[in-house]
Design a protein around this ligand. Structure first.
Ligand code: C5P
Length: 236
């Protein structure tokens, strides 16, 4: 079932990452934060107990971002997407670097379902130096990200995951209807962790993000409820 949230309410723009090792811990966080309407289930939790948590979130009428970051040959990714639609997730991620044929095949499998595909461009943990020195990509970060996201749009995907630093430029290239989801968001004063290109929630929205993914500043906070409320207050 498709869940429709008021898009004008700033709290509905925040997707909280359930980066936790078990369904029991994830459900405990959902219990503490009934105000959260949109949750992200990533690889750790999905591998640990995906079916349990996804069913639980849907039973609570929550929106779900299933962040599996699929990347394989077109047939394999398309089949995985077809099977993933049974969970009724609202968003599902695949890597744009898997190429156009892979993205088109995946898109063909989710059409008509309630699941929309987002392309992962470049992980926000990858710095410009790592891109050039280790991955030997000769493009600037912003040009590489633009190329991957344009390819995703050409392949028919709904949107992309990218750094908040790239949103303004990408929005001007891809138009108002493409959906941008930005991790790498940190309320002022919180720890960066392994993210190297961050913005505050207010800055990311102002730059043009449709949704923000926020993990450790809420799920690892000593008081997740206070952390959530502070972020929402700053967004209004
Ligand atoms: O804890 P933190 O706020 O850094 O969590 C960010 C979340 O967004 C993680 O679940 C991570 O997997 C995800 N993500 C990311 N960078 C991307 C795509 C997704 O950090 N490019």
């Amino acid at each position: 079932m498709k869940i429709n949230l008021n898009p004008e309410d700033p709290k509905n723009k925040i997707i909280v990452a359930l980066d936790l090792p078990s369904a029991a811990e994830a459900i405990a966080l959902c219990d503490r934060l009934p105000q959260v309407n949109f949750w992200k289930v990533g690889l750790e939790l999905f591998i640990a107990d995906g079916n349990t948590i996804l069913q639980e979130l849907k039973a609570r009428h929550k929106k779900v971002f299933l962040d599996l970051k699929l990347h394989d040959i077109p047939n394999t990714v398309a089949s995985a997407c077809r099977v993933a639609t049974k969970y009724g997730a609202d968003f599902l991620t695949i890597h744009a670097s898997g190429g156009k044929a892979m993205m088109q095949a995946a898109q063909g499998e989710v059409l008509g379902s309630s699941t929309q595909l987002l392309a992962v461009s470049l992980l926000t943990s990858i710095s410009a130096n790592e891109l050039a020195s280790d991955l030997k990509v000769s493009l600037e970060v912003s040009d590489y990200v633009s190329q991957l996201v344009l390819l995703a749009q050409e392949s028919g995907l709904t949107g992309a995951v990218c750094s908040p630093h790239e949103v303004a430029n990408l929005r001007s290239l891809l138009g108002k209807d493409f959906c941008f989801v930005t991790p790498g968001v940190r309320p002022a004063g919180s720890a960066l962790g392994d993210q190297s290109r961050v913005m505050t929630p207010q800055e990311a929205i102002a730059a043009g993000a449709n949704y923000l993914v926020i993990g450790r500043p809420i799920n690892a906070a000593p008081d997740p409820v206070a952390a959530w409320e502070q972020i929402c207050q700053n967004l209004t």
